[in-house]
Design a binder for this molecule. Structure first.
Ligand SMILES: Cc1cc2nc3c(=O)[nH]c(=O)nc-3n(C[C@H](O)[C@H](O)[C@H](O)COP(=O)(O)O)c2cc1C
Length: 212
């Protein structure tokens, strides 16, 4: 197999946080996007995309995502809301809603309803207060289990761990075995900077029958 000569960047106190961020985002990809809806204790509905996101285990089924602390050291509305009301919905992001999803990433003031600001239709959830995005075909209703801070200050992570209480899959995208039809759903993932990917190009690899 081909091996590689390498550039090595040590993560020192001198290396710019922005450079660490850019190298990380260009190396760990494509990242799925959680379009997360939360609600404040005052009842304001909030929506924001997060690509530091993944599914982690199934007993119980769980997800993690990370709203980072802002460059000015303050917290994003999503994390404030989660501390007030420990519930959230992960809405998936198909290609058709990419522009409006991007608009919802604007740092709107906390009193702005971001469903209205970005032009999404809100659906009541079954078990929790935050609403679902009707234009998204899959919703995960989640209960916050824990917030794990990683570092402190600007750009530090706040890993939110959530237990999935309920899956909603739009009929058009549901297969007989209760999985999502990946050939139809046309989800997007995030690459570095302004770049995104689709999953229109796929390949299959059967599990190995025996180690080599
Ligand atoms: C596709 C995409 C993925 C993003 N992923 C993250 C992320 O993983 N963590 C983060 O802190 N911000 C991320 N952002 C930026 C947030 O969406 C943005 O800061 C947003 O204003 C946060 O909203 P809030 O203050 O309502 O929580 C992402 C933006 C986009 C467009």
């Amino acid at each position: 197999m081909k091996t590689h000569k390498a550039f090595t960047a040590l993560v020192t106190a001198e290396r710019q946080r922005r450079d660490n961020f850019k190298t990380l985002l260009s190396a760990v990809l494509p990242r799925p996007i959680a379009f997360v809806s939360t609600i404040s204790s005052d009842g304001v509905h909030n929506l924001a995309p997060f690509s530091f996101f993944n599914g982690v285990g199934s007993n119980p089924p769980a997800v993690i995502f990370s709203p980072c602390t802002k460059a000015d050291g303050t917290e994003k509305d999503t994390i404030t809301n989660l501390k007030q009301v420990g519930e959230f919905v992960v809405n998936v992001v198909p290609y058709a809603i990419r522009d409006a999803m991007n608009e919802a990433s604007f740092p709107f003031a906390p009193e702005i309803d971001e469903f209205e600001a970005a032009g999404f239709t809100a659906l009541e959830s079954r078990f929790i207060k935050p609403r679902r995005v009707a234009e998204s075909p899959v919703h995960l209703e989640c209960k916050l289990l824990q917030i794990v801070p990683v570092g402190d200050g600007p750009l530090s992570a706040n890993i939110c761990i959530g237990e999935i209480l309920c899956f909603h899959v739009a009929d058009d995208f549901l297969l007989a075995d209760e999985t999502v039809d990946v050939t139809k759903i046309d989800l997007v993932g995030r690459l570095g900077g302004a770049d995104y990917a689709t999953i229109r190009d796929r390949f299959a690899m059967p599990k190995p029958s025996a180690p080599r």
